[in-house]
Design a binder for this molecule. Structure first.
Ligand SMILES: *Cc1c(COP(=O)(O)O)cnc(C)c1O
Length: 470
């Protein structure tokens, strides 16, 4: 596969370069495959229960062709995915896709684990170790730390702002041993990011250490996220296990979004033939993308803190990939868009629990409310000519091409549940009056010893530490 650059289409490179460099330093653009090959009809039309790993293999194959042989790709996928994604029917027209069955209980495990194994593969003939530096405001650090833990040839250093992440998040990234370590920086997330960026531009340091990043803009984190879109849409289309089903429903995938990597992966899956009719781009108060869809003007802004904190992004980097794939008109036809404030998030968790018995986390709750509003009147109101107000929480005044399938009751929603509710126990308990059940793997990590190393917000001290310890 040839990869190009969102800012310069004359750029042509291979998968290895795209993965190992993360982004194109020269243009500031992001790497993207030149095409998204459709899977064979024979594969897509099968009605037997699809296997996640088989889908993963078929979907990854064209993107690594000529660089990773089939046997090695199979091994990478087997090692990356000892866990599943689960489709749960919560009512006749709503499914939840649970993406939290991995080690850190959030969907980022799918991307981070694939990336770690691919990087290790590309590094296999090097005589020196590759050092991954990652700054985190919470969730990314634990997914990356866990994904790279004990992966041969690679080291990870995680920088996080001391006292500014939740106790559970801190445990999840500071209790590793061996090749993964955490530095608690006396500063903010932006300070952490600055230390990492300065290290990458420090020629003297780079002469001594091989450095790389594990940023969410890396294409090797996006491609594997497309696997579960294909998987869930095939499961829902077949619905062999379901009574009272809608035959051949329009499948609308609802994506709680921040940096829009997850949604971009959904677009890739659709291009490759996943039976997805449309998407709902659902955000919290950080509504840069809903506003863009409403007004046609894209204005990045500083992020604001919400209960769905992994979506607190005011300048979503994958916007650049989306507009390199589609025009605004195409986006408006393919997407509904929706945003919800904190009060709405609490109400949504409560509503979902009371209506269906399902405990949803604050991120998934944005998706639940979006879908529930869409199917119970919000789209109809737009169709009837109601202008709507995009500055208020709710459905963006934009009528997607698939609106009639919802109005004719021929559509089902798949809501992506991006994290386990126990990761956000306080918010969920506030909403439902009950504490969510804590999975064993989270309980275990709470008991581990914190090994984070204190670090001043000072580049020279950081550099000295790197040189002395890596
Ligand atoms: C990262 C994250 C998101 C947002 O995903 P993007 O790809 O950044 O849009 C949503 N929910 C959870 C739990 C996350 O960790």
């Amino acid at each position: 596969m040839i990869y190009t650059d969102t800012r310069d289409k004359s750029v042509k490179t291979d998968f290895r370069t795209a993965v190992m460099s993360g982004m194109n330093e020269k243009t500031g653009g992001l790497y993207i495959p030149v095409e998204f090959p459709k899977l064979s009809n024979e594969f897509l039309k099968r009605t037997t229960e699809p296997s996640f790993r088989e889908i993963a293999f078929e979907m990854a194959k064209p993107y690594v062709e000529g660089e990773i042989p089939d046997v090695d790709l199979t091994a990478i996928i087997q090692d990356a995915y000892p866990f599943v994604s689960k489709v749960v029917a919560v009512d006749p027209t709503a499914y939840v896709l649970e993406l939290f069955h991995g080690p850190t209980c959030a969907f980022k495990d799918f991307g981070a684990r694939f990336m770690a194994r691919v990087m290790s593969y590309f590094n296999r003939n090097e005589s020196t170790r590759l050092h991954i530096l990652v700054a985190t405001s919470g969730d990314t650090g634990s997914a990356v730390g866990s994904a790279f833990h004990n992966v041969p040839g690679l080291d990870v250093t995680i920088l996080y702002p001391e006292g500014k992440i939740s106790p559970l998040q801190e445990k999840q990234l500071s209790t590793f041993d061996g090749n993964v370590r955490a530095l608690k920086v006396k500063g903010t997330f932006d300070d952490c990011q600055k230390l990492v960026k300065t290290a990458f531009t420090d020629a003297e340091l780079r002469e001594k250490l091989r450095l790389s990043s594990a940023n969410s803009i890396n294409i090797s984190r996006l491609l594997p996220q497309s696997f579960y879109y294909m998987y869930s849409s095939l499961v829902v289309r077949n619905q062999s296990w379901r009574v009272n089903k809608i035959e051949n429903p329009a499948i609308i995938t609802v994506v709680p979004s921040g940096n829009f990597g997850n949604l971009t992966s959904g677009l890739i899956a659709r291009e490759m033939g996943a039976p997805i009719t449309g998407f709902v781009a659902a955000t919290n108060t950080n509504r840069t993308v809903p506003d863009w869809i409403a007004t046609g003007k894209y204005e990045a802004r500083p992020s604001v803190e919400t209960y769905a904190n992994a979506m607190d992004v005011g300048a979503p980097s994958n916007y650049e990939r989306i507009i390199s794939m589609y025009s605004l008109e195409q986006v408006r036809s393919l997407f509904a868009s929706y945003w919800l404030d904190n009060e709405g998030i609490i109400k949504s968790i409560k509503h979902c629990f009371e209506r269906t018995g399902y405990t949803i986390d604050p991120h998934g709750a944005v998706g639940w409310k979006a879908w529930d509003d869409i199917r119970s009147g919000a789209l109809q109101a737009l169709k009837d000519g109601n202008k709507g107000d995009y500055t208020k929480p709710g459905l963006t005044p934009n009528l997607p091409a698939w609106a009639d399938s919802v109005l004719n009751k021929q559509a089902v929603g798949i809501i992506l549940e991006t994290a386990h509710p126990a990761k956000f126990g306080a918010t969920v308990t506030q909403a439902t009056g009950r504490e969510p059940i804590i999975p064993e793997r989270l309980e275990k990590v709470m008991k581990l010893e914190d090994k984070a190393i204190p670090m001043e917000n000072n580049y020279n001290m950081f550099k000295e530490w790197l040189l002395a310890n890596l």
